[in-house]
Design a protein around this ligand. Structure first.
Ligand SMILES: Nc1ncnc2c1ncn2[C@@H]1O[C@H](COP(=O)(O)OP(=O)(O)O[C@H]2O[C@H](CO)[C@@H](O)[C@H](O)[C@H]2O)[C@@H](O)[C@H]1O
Length: 792
């Protein structure tokens, strides 16, 4: 990696020794090359990536672009290697030769440059003679444009150079904005001159940097006219970026000439894209890697999957380069094998992983394949505690190296401006590995980690775990489990906890919270609750201690997936898409289709209540059970969809069995049914005992379905209670998890449904008119990412 001020470049070596250099601050800067000195063993950031056929081997350096030479040869001038390795032995004695070769090449490139400037000057003369000729202006323009389209634009005014530069791209332009005077010209290619100065000093050769700014500018312009010049795109645009002048360190990386086609392609893509407006994130653009155990639509057991599938897209829309890393549980259609293989030691055994890649909606999705993940999509958090732990160790070890190993769009992410977003205890080891394996060793020192708490009490699904559930949350286990995580002994203290429930135990979430640079949770309400004894599930102390780096950000929703106007699950079986304009008819049709599909009496006047969720203590299903006798006395229909605790699944079946004309209890996991219930029901019931954010109430409101919720965590943040006097609010809430309160809220809801149709429609419309998209949350995440970036 070459680090140039805030620009960072990584070189990745592939099996064929081709190398890609890119800026991690501006992902569009990509340059493909071939090394002329393939190495047999290369160290990257502590990764000993042996090149014995292993694709994805890479090496890291800090360096300075010293110059470019004829035939698209680019060179990064080194100062020092980041790490000494045995591979260095191979290079002994090479720097002298390399510097000499560099000087020779610099001479050549400058000769070419002179030649180009000469050509420009001749063309200028030709243009002015055309302009002064007797030919009519119109005829003149026509013929001129035919013969020299790009050139004519540039020459049409005294500021022709600026215009041509403008065409080349904003980075080039910005470099020229810094070079309006001749003395500045010498600093324009400061990366060049700086590097050459050093060479001069060392070798006493004078280097001919004696051109005027306008001449150099012209050479850039000429570069655009590929038919006239040897450089199809002029001076390499990244060399003219003023940020290159901020180069500090270097290490020699020799790069052989690339094919003309490759360089031309790379540079063309860069220049044409770069004229686009600046990203929403402005100068805060970062490389972001979200790591999660599930990612919709490929894998999902709950809300985490939805977030992992949607938040990255919103971050990418703001201009960040974003990747999601998730396990590859099945044979997914889109991701392709990247060819990268790596083995990681887990519990004393090496396990091989393969990396698959897909680029969708502006996001790189990288899936980690391993025998231990195969066919686990329905049992992601299932199995013996040790097995779950090993899976997560393997996943986090493999994920933290993805930025070095997997060329996304041909280019690895590298560690510059990089932040990982880990999610829940399953990936809470990632911040710890980042610190222990890398940052403690002076590697990836600018990389940051953010840990998001979606659920502090997420449980393992170990057999009977629900009976003694608290022992199976947060990656808890006996202290001896430390041996699985493969960390230096002094890291044990980070994991050790002692609380009344677990006694002295090992806790992965605790270590992640302490180590992450920032901690986020998914609503303001839950952020507050986590600091309390009741809400923190034993971790409130750590969260309070780390309050300075802790923040609540309310989730958004994927407004394409969960939009009744486009929802793919509403296009068949009698359902229909609808919008705010067609709410009345469209929603009524969906309701009828739902009743019909589930075999309930098709009646428009009966309120349909939906429930969707994991069947466990958190979701308050037992409160619904207590309310069933009262509910069945009302003229209502109740549709419940869920899976989880066997006893609660059985309860759902029993409800349906006992009240066949009013209740449907669908046990299982069906995304289609979830969408159809959300659109077809009138009311969504969420009596959760705690709810970090909750997505179903957001999906419901977006579909004109009115939530009735226990006012906790994110439910309190997002469902403002209906106020009949002001005709405001979005639903009904109750303030404690008691059946009486639930019944009271539901009673008011039924009453309004039946007797106050206008108020009902008002609530529906207000819900649908909210901006629930991820865009706002993404902006908040960006603030956290930037805060982490500047924190030490
Ligand atoms: N049987 C089933 N069939 C089909 N789909 C089903 C289903 N059961 C649940 N789902 C779906 O899974 C998702 C559940 O999302 P939630 O946010 O309600 O809960 P979860 O508790 O899993 O997430 C945790 O993380 C999220 C994300 O941060 C927080 O919102 C939440 O409060 C926290 O508990 C929804 O998309 C829902 O439709």
């Amino acid at each position: 990696m070459a680090s140039i001020g805030s620009l960072h470049f990584i070189m990745g070596t592939k099996t064929d020794n081709s190398v890609l250099v890119h800026s991690s601050t501006n992902p569009r800067l990509r340059f493909p090359f071939f090394t002329n000195r393939p190495r047999s063993s290369i160290e990257v950031s502590g990764i000993n990536a042996s090149a014995n056929g292993s694709a994805g081997a890479a090496r890291m350096c800090r360096g300075r672009i010293s110059w470019c030479t004829r035939g698209k040869l680019w060179r990064i001038k080194p100062l020092r290697a980041i790490r000494k390795s045995s591979a260095e032995g191979e290079d002994a004695g090479e720097p002298e030769d390399a510097l000499q070769a560099t000087i020779e090449k610099s001479k050549k490139v400058l000769a070419v440059q002179r030649e180009l400037l000469q050509q420009i000057s001749e063309r200028r003369k030709l243009v002015s003679s055309i302009q002064n000729s007797d030919i009519s202006q119109e005829e003149g323009e026509a013929s001129f444009e035919q013969g020299n389209e790009s050139f004519s634009n540039a020459e049409s005014s005294s500021s022709s150079v600026d215009k041509s530069v403008d065409q080349i791209g904003s980075i080039v332009l910005s470099s020229y904005e810094h070079s309006t005077e001749e003395k500045d010209f010498e600093t324009v290619p400061s990366a060049l001159s700086g590097g050459l100065d050093e060479i001069e000093k060392d070798h006493g050769d004078a280097l001919p940097f004696d051109k005027s700014p306008s001449e150099l500018e012209s050479s850039n312009h000429v570069g655009k006219d590929s038919s006239k010049t040897e450089w199809s795109d002029g001076l390499p645009t990244f060399l003219t970026n003023p940020e290159w002048s901020m180069l500090k360190d270097d290490e020699l990386i020799d790069l052989k000439e690339t094919s003309e086609e490759e360089v031309s392609d790379g540079a063309t893509g860069f220049t044409s894209e770069d004229v686009k407006p600046p990203p929403l994130a402005g100068p805060n653009v970062m490389n972001v890697i979200l790591v999660a155990a599930e990612c919709a639509p490929w894998s999902k057991t709950g809300g985490l999957g939805d977030v992992a599938g949607a938040l990255p897209k919103a971050l990418a829309r703001r201009g960040h380069r974003v990747m999601v890393v998730a396990p590859r549980y099945g044979d997914y259609a889109e991701p392709q094998d990247s060819g990268v293989r790596k083995a990681y030691k887990v519990d004393g055994q090496y396990m091989e992983v393969a990396y698959f890649h897909a680029y969708i909606d502006g996001v790189d999705f990288v899936f980690i394949e391993s025998a231990v993940f195969r066919h686990m999509e329905h049992n992601i958090y299932g199995g013996k505690r040790e097995d779950i732990l090993k899976r997560m160790v393997l996943f986090c070890k493999a994920a933290v190296e993805v930025p070095w190993l997997v060329p996304c769009g041909g280019v690895c992410y590298g560690d510059g401006n990089l932040a990982f977003i880990a999610n829940d205890w399953h990936t809470a080891l990632l911040p710890v590995y980042l610190k222990a394996y890398y940052r403690d060793n002076g590697l990836m020192i600018y990389t940051r980690s953010i840990l998001v708490i979606h659920n502090i009490a997420h449980q393992y699904k170990e057999l009977f775990a629900w009976i003694i559930s608290v022992k199976f949350i947060q990656g808890r286990g006996p202290v001896a489990d430390f041996s699985f995580v493969d960390l230096p002994g002094h890291y044990l203290d980070l994991f050790k906890m002692n609380d009344p429930i677990g006694g002295e135990h090992f806790n992965i979430f605790a270590a992640g919270l302490k180590t992450a640079d920032r901690v986020v949770t998914v609503s303001h309400g839950y952020a507050w609750e986590l600091k309390t004894v009741d809400g923190g599930w034993g971790l409130h102390g750590i969260i309070n201690e780390n309050d300075w780096k802790f923040r609540g950000i309310v989730n958004g929703i994927d407004t394409e997936d969960w939009n009744p106007q486009y929802d793919v699950f509403l296009k068949s079986d009698g359902y229909t898409n609808y919008s705010l304009e067609t709410l009345k008819t469209g929603k009524a049709q969906c309701k009828a289709a739902l009743q019909k599909e589930l075999g309930l009496p098709v009646r428009e006047d009966v309120p349909v209540i939906g429930f969707i969720g994991r069947l466990d203590h958190q979701k308050g299903v037992d409160l619904i059970a207590e309310a069933i006798p009262w509910m069945m006395g009302q003229d209502v229909q109740l549709i419940m969809l869920g899976s989880g605790r066997p006893d609660l699944e059985e309860m759902l079946r029993a409800f349906e069995h006992q009240h066949r004309d009013k209740v449907r209890g669908w046990v299982g996991f069906s995304v289609q049914t979830a969408h159809r219930i959300t659109a077809g029901a009138d009311i969504l019931l969420m009596p959760s005992r705690f709810e970090p954010c909750g997505l179903n109430q957001l999906y419901a409101m977006n579909c004109g379905t009115i939530p009735v919720v226990h006012a906790v965590g994110g439910l309190r943040d997002t469902v403002h209670p209906f106020n009949p006097y002001e005709e405001s609010g979005l639903g009904w809430t109750f303030d404690s998890a008691e059946v009486g309160k639930l019944i009271h809220a539901l009673g008011n809801c039924f009453y309004t449904y039946r007797d106050y149709k206008q108020s009902w429609e008002g609530i529906q419309r207000r819900g649908m008119m909210q901006d629930l998209s991820w865009d706002h949350a993404a902006q908040n995440y960006e603030e956290v990412l930037v805060a982490a970036k500047y924190q030490w």
